[in-house]
Design a protein around this ligand. Structure first.
Ligand SMILES: CC(=O)SCCNC(=O)CCNC(=O)[C@H](O)C(C)(C)COP(=O)(O)OP(=O)(O)OC[C@H]1O[C@@H](n2cnc3c(N)ncnc32)[C@H](O)[C@@H]1OP(=O)(O)O
Ligand SMILES: O=CC(=O)O
Ligand SMILES: [Mg+2]
Length: 573
């Protein structure tokens, strides 16, 4: 058992010697470089940190190897290769096997709301009427020390039911409904992100092991009682590229279950298929996680980002304007269809993705048009066979729920048995790789630039999801803006959609940046512009768009700007 004081091994007597921060009681080899806070100390207990350390020590070499393999695959793609199905794992794709049965608590996932692990939003999301709430340490969160630690505090309070929030300005108190709250899934960061405020044996911890480890340690027992009906906790796993990465997660889960003394297969996870290489590994990923799986999800925004990233060395596969790359493009439709077929064949949920539209409060006609786009997207998903979908905002839940309920057949919590999609077995590698069609415009370049800079400015000040031009923007959507600009500049593409016949290059991009910064200043106002991080964001974004080689992630370089180390021995501010 763990989390209740009887956990595993005894820390060495010198346990304080490893930590620089006097306020946190840390195990040997651990140094906390983030601000001390009494609330955070309830999360960063010695026992919880010991669990994270165990995970880090056991899995760090495998994680490093998996990230090296990503680099090796990237070199191959840069030299002209394209991703495809792996002949070595044909038997996994072609034999009949199924994942462990879906836990009854999450059989019905028609609508899932997502959002950062922010206190008020957690309460609103759990009360929203959605079946599931995915609490996000990833695309929707800027991983500052404060956000991460407060997020852990918030989730602990949410799981034990005590979470409240007092909005002083509106004198409104938020608390959880007595019943019918959404089931909680937690999305840790991707494998690539370090946690620079926690050093283990002198190296930054792996971000996702910190997110997973702390959350699991503090919440597994209460969660299984109150939410999971004997199962759980539940997770979403982002940005994987290969089943070897899923295998690591499976081992992490087994390790956690063993330590906690809970049944193997208690923890369940839905993997986001949101990289191009991963679409060729869906069976393999489910197979690795077959005792811990509860489906796959179409992470459409990162998937588009990954298409550009994977084909960064392929000038014959450039993207059209961002808004033209939707789910009806051939490669996107086939990705969603194959995901449905794969999941249903293996007995688990095939989750749809996020429509970017959000409610538009001050314009009823525009609001109705946005809702209509969401409804159409959800209708396409449910008819294709998805078992549920994502909503970015509580205001979208009734519309999404109605579409799924009306089109899924009555008395059935999902379509796992009824929508086998055998027709999708004929989907080929070419179908999954087909270049998206459409034109490129100067307005497309401008919009990417404006959105990229505005998003990054928010991220640098601690906000990871923002409404911009009536759409939800997060790290995944911002990545599309960045890599698309990079691609267009790198290959000097012709803007063929507005009759200008101009080619994109550094000079044109420089002018666009200057003009869009002026526009941003007008839009947000001089004062906010001056106080905000727009200039820093502009510098970072411009550097990344014009770099000779494409950075793997926007947030890796940007992360250096939000790390706030607290000096050795003086962790109390
Ligand atoms: C590509 C991907 O990975 S998608 C998944 C990751 N992205 C996300 O999760 C984005 C989630 N959505 C959001 O963060 C927000 O909806 C935004 C930033 C897009 C818009 O936020 P806002 O402009 O603040 O929304 P708005 O002002 O309309 O909010 C109205 C109310 O709804 C709440 N709300 C809005 N979105 C959410 C949400 N996702 N979860 C819970 N509550 C929410 C607000 O807290 C607010 O509550 P209040 O009335 O009690 O004060
Ligand atoms: O995480 C979801 C995505 O679309 O990216
Ligand atoms: Mg994503």
């Amino acid at each position: 058992m763990m989390g209740v004081g009887t956990y595993g091994y005894t820390a060495p007597a010198t346990s304080k010697s490893g930590g620089a921060a006097a306020g946190y009681d840390v195990p040997e080899g651990v140094e906390i470089r983030g601000r001390f806070d009494e609330e955070f100390a309830k999360i960063l207990t010695k026992e919880a940190l010991e669990f994270v350390v165990e995970l880090q020590r056991e899995f760090r070499n495998r994680i490093k190897y998996a990230l090296e393999c990503r680099k090796e695959a990237k070199s191959r793609y840069n030299e002209g290769a394209v991703p495809g199905f792996d002949p070595a794992t044909k038997f996994i794709r072609e034999t009949n096997w199924v994942c462990a049965p879906v836990p009854p608590a999450v059989a019905d996932r028609r609508v899932e709301i997502t959002g950062p692990v922010e206190r008020k939003m957690i309460i609103n999301a759990l009360n929203s009427g959605a079946k599931v709430f995915m609490a996000d340490f990833e695309d929707a969160l800027s991983p500052t020390w404060e956000n991460l630690m407060r997020g852990q505090v918030n989730l602990k309070d949410a799981v034990d039911g005590s979470i409240t929030f007092h909005d002083k300005a509106r004198n409104r108190v938020y608390k959880l409904n007595d019943k019918n709250t959404a089931k909680l899934f937690v999305r840790p960061r991707g494998w690539h992100l370090p946690e620079a405020h926690i050093l283990i044996d002198g190296e930054p911890a792996t971000g996702c092991l910190v997110d997973f480890g702390l959350y699991f340690f503090h919440n597994y027992a209460a969660f299984r009682q109150t939410q999971g009906a004997g199962f759980g906790p539940f997770f979403y796993l982002p940005k994987m590229e290969n089943s070897r990465e899923a295998k690591i997660w499976n081992c992490v889960f087994e390790r956690a279950e063993k330590k906690a003394g809970i049944e193997r297969g208690s923890i369940r996870a839905t993997v986001l298929i949101e990289t191009l290489p991963a679409v060729f590994q869906m069976d393999e990923i489910l197979h690795e996680l077959r005792d811990h799986s509860v489906g796959l999800n179409c992470g459409r925004w990162d998937y588009i980002f990954s298409y550009v990233k994977t084909f960064q060395g392929h000038p014959d596969r450039l993207l059209p304007d961002r808004f033209l790359v939707g789910m009806t493009q051939h490669f996107m439709r086939n990705y969603s269809d194959l995901l449905i077929r794969t999941c249903h064949r293996r007995g688990v949920h095939a989750m749809g993705g996020m429509a970017a539209q959000i409610p538009i409060r001050d314009d009823p006609a525009a609001n109705e048009a946005a809702l209509d786009l969401v409804r159409k997207d959800k209708l396409r998903e449910v008819k294709a066979g998805h078992d549920g979908t994502w909503a970015a905002h509580p205001g979208l839940i009734p519309a999404c729920m109605e579409v799924f309920t009306n089109n899924m057949g009555s008395n059935t919590p999902n379509q796992i048995q009824s929508m086998r999609r055998e027709d999708a077995s004929s989907i080929t590698e070419e179908d999954l790789l087909e270049r998206p069609r459409g034109v490129r415009t100067l307005e497309g370049l401008r919009l990417n630039t404006r959105v990229g800079i505005r998003y990054l400015a928010a991220w640098l000040t601690g906000t990871g999801s923002v409404p911009l031009y009536n759409l939800m923007e997060d790290a995944a959507t911002a990545e599309i803006s960045r890599v698309q600009n990079w691609q267009w500049i790198k290959y000097g593409v012709e803007l063929d959609g507005d009759g200008l016949g101009v080619r994109v290059g550094n000079e044109l991009f420089g002018r666009v940046v200057e003009e869009e910064m002026q526009r941003i200043e007008r839009e947000v106002g001089k004062e906010k512009f001056k106080k905000g991080m727009y200039k820093e964001a502009c510098k970072l974004f411009t550097m990344q768009c014009t770099a000779q080689t494409l950075d793997d992630f926007l947030t890796l370089d940007a992360y250096n700007h939000i790390v706030m180390h607290h000096p050795r021995g003086s962790s109390r501010l």
